[in-house]
Design a binder for this molecule. Structure first.
Ligand code: DC
Length: 221
């Protein structure tokens, strides 16, 4: 396998992209880039500064003025040097981020940072537009999907483990709302790239998905 491949994965919330992409990166000795964490970091800046989702000018300023990095191969998200990993994965940020990610200038700032991190290849990157907009020339592309019910179940278990109180119905509704926003936004909506391999993870274990993906990467490189 060549060392400098760019492997890109898109898919809806809860499709398993982050876990799968991280494992693939670890197996291949590649960098792992979670592009959603970048949008989440901007949402955290906004929420912390009481900037509302309608204050577009201020949000653009925040997005252009921050630096986002990753440590421990993507496990830790650093916002202007500070570890914000736990703070960006809360129900409050889930809601704010979908609004903020709609703003074209915010996306422009994030794409610039994603390309900075991925400029030398040797990376597994995941998100909503990484196969279509950010790295359209990625050598191997995947679109991971799963049923809404399965995605809600995964998210529910994740939140339960963090002792965050919620119901599965609430999570399912939130996932449907986020899907709607990701799919319908005017700029860089979530879509399947023509050259992406579609993997439905609904009835598959993590190991099965990782195995399918590794086989495809080997076949294509
Ligand atoms: O993958 P995630 O749930 O952590 O993503 C958080 C939000 O960011 C989600 O609302 C979609 C958005 N996002 C995006 O618009 N483009 C990306 N490349 C990654 C995430």
């Amino acid at each position: 396998m060549r060392k400098s491949l760019t492997i890109a994965m898109d898919g809806p919330a809860g499709s398993g992209k982050s876990t799968v992409a991280r494992q693939i990166a670890e197996k291949m000795g590649y960098l792992f880039l979670n592009s959603g964490a970048m949008y989440r970091a901007v949402a955290l800046l906004a929420v912390s500064a009481n900037v509302t989702c309608t204050d577009v000018e201020k949000l653009i300023e925040l997005a252009h003025g921050c630096r986002i990095d990753f440590a421990d191969n993507g496990k830790i998200t650093l916002l202007n040097g500070e570890d914000v990993t736990d703070q960006i994965h809360t129900p409050e940020i889930d809601i704010a981020v979908a609004e903020i990610a709609r703003i074209p200038e915010v996306r422009k700032a994030m794409v610039k940072q994603q390309r900075r991190i991925g400029k030398d290849g040797g990376i597994v990157v995941e998100g909503r537009d990484v196969t279509t907009v950010v790295f359209p020339d990625a050598e191997v592309k995947f679109y991971l999907d799963a049923s809404v019910q399965e995605r809600a179940k995964r998210r529910f278990l994740e939140l339960q483990a963090k002792k965050i109180t919620c119901t599965i119905e609430q999570i399912e509704l939130e996932i449907r709302t986020r899907d709607e926003k990701d799919l319908s936004r005017a700029h860089s909506p979530l879509r399947t790239a023509d050259d992406a391999i579609v993997v439905d993870t609904t009835d598959k274990t993590l190991n099965q998905v990782v195995e399918i993906i590794i086989k495809q990467i080997e076949a294509q490189s």
